[in-house]
Design a protein around this ligand. Sequence first.
Ligand code: ATP
Ligand code: MG
Length: 685
Amino acid sequence: MNYNDFFIMPNHEYITNLNDSQKEAVLHITGPLLIVAGAGSGKTRVLTSRIAHILSEGKAFPNEILAVTFTNKAAREMQVRISKILGNKQVGLPWLGTFHSICAKILRRHANAVSLNYNFTIIDQDDQIRLIKTICKSENIDIKKISPNYIISLINKWKNNAWYPADVRLKRNDNLEKQLLKIYKIYQDKLLGLNACDFGDLILHSVNIFEKNMDITEMYSRKLKYILVDEYQDTNLIQSKWLRLLTKTHNNICCVGDDDQSIYSWRGAEIKNFLEFDKIYKDTKIIRLEENYRSTQNILNVASELISNNENRLGKNLNSNKNEGELIKLNCFRSGKDEAIGISDIIEKEMSKKYKLNEVAILVRAIFQTREFEERFLKIGLPYRILGGIKFYERSEIKDCIAYLRIIYQNKDDLAFERIVNVPKRSVGESTFKQINQFSKENNLSLEKSSMKLIELNKIKPKTKTSLLLFLKLIEKWRNDYFIKKLSHIKLLQLVLDESGYSNLLKNKKDLENENKLENIKELISAMKEFDNLESFLEHVSLATSIDQDWNGEKVNLMTMHASKGLEFNAVFLPGWEEGLFPHQRSIDEKGHNGLEEERRLAYVGITRSKEIAHISFSMNRFYQGDWIDSISSRFIDELPEKYVKRNNNFDTVEEDYFDFNQDIENDKSDYRSPGWIRYQKRIK
Ligand code: ATP
Ligand code: MG
């Protein structure tokens, strides 16, 4: 069989539209290749074109190519672009996804090798916290002194280093770490008992399977002829280990990245992976891309000058192939609220005339900053979406629905059982739940099985017994409906909502909150239609990142700078450039100079998301952590090159109601002499 039988040779548009360095990168498909290039230079485009090239040249079947993207959204976009390039004759698509989603796929196939069942549940941070709290309780650890979040971050760190509990190397005489290691061990055992894993496990278990089973590793590494990785500067140690194992046979790996955009060290990203790529992969070819196709020259000049203040960087040239464009605007506001009013005015009066709202983004350093924008947008009726706030799947009513589906799908899922056993109320109070929990521990049974056993032994009080039994019978019935009667996953949820009494719970008490909840559940049902079955839907839910939301409809995009990586917009607003907020004090406190440099890289990422318009702003007062503070404009503002920046004083954009709302500021003229104001005045003189 010939590969070429499968494909029409496309018109090679994907090559003719590239510059020489990009072409070289697309055509060099044998051996390790590292593409080092600045923002907007076409790195992601090169990856897509490479896949098209490999396929159209018949070098591999689609399922012999693996491409790792930073978000599921990026994977979907790549999928669309490849399909467009190759037309509809192509058969199947390459393996495209994030490290997590690809590892989840591999793990389902080989779950037995790490003592899991194929239908394991992937738990989220909420579940992680609940588990850790339970463990702390049984181990007599005071969570007021050691927060569950801290314990989880330590466990994640160990997992990013590819350490199971037995591999953890403790600092000598560190009793606290010793205690936390014990928790880690119990936590892992509990996860196995629940037939579940957390995000870190997806990759940890995959690497473990590969290391212990050379036949499996070989099967994959032989099969995957070409491996491509986007945003390589933000990979961590275990991800690089995973890639190394998979490239063993063919060694055809192409990674693209930008050291100036490494912004995830707090999640364990190791810039060393990127800088020392050629030490891991012998005979690496390195290609640099120096032409920027995204931003105007002015935007690039500002971003380049700002990032040149970092000492730890490779350094690179970037030239725009666009014209100079408009100057970057620097706006000064009196308060955060004023900033939100000012920016939404500019969007409403200027941007919406030029661009679709989808092409406008507000990128913030901290998610709390979105609140003031949200209030303003609601008031003036400007459509918006928040990416990276509370995820759709994190809403309580959605979590309830998912918990019902999870327990139907996987009977050991105690976390799901616990969530819905008494929702709607079934008289299963705290004491009954304790009793079930205790029985489950003593007999090593799931909560569901323990409940049934306790009923059989007649140990549950009569009132609870009837309703608990009804609930257990319903779960059995729903399982039967789905697995035996082959009811669709959508019908299943509708049935569950009706038969469990959940719909009535919301319908009986008519208020705005419940109406919203019902709307959200309708939205959930329509989202489920995109999936073939319960399994793929549940997998999607557990792997969805904050950026993987509905992008349909014309709306202004509000998100963190972290979440904006890889994206581009015609107009970008960057509010809140104030000391303490940006650069964020915590980064500097925790990581000193390195922390500051990472914040500066974040600024670079933010500015370079813009194609044409960039507005940076700061406010002189901000209501922050329960208090009004005088803010000082960010040191990054001092680093912006004057030549390409237009400064504005935005005091007159303030609406009247602002003064009513903030009488204290109106009357207190002292804020005009706040440090931020003084510095600002000096600068505009
Ligand atoms: P980032 O570092 O932000 O991830 P990137 O290097 O991945 O950026 P891309 O997103 O691939 O850059 O490309 C930036 C923009 O430039 C995209 O709109 C892309 O379509 C366009 N582009 C890239 N290369 C070319 C080219 N040769 N001709 C025309 N447009 C191009
Ligand atoms: Mg990119």
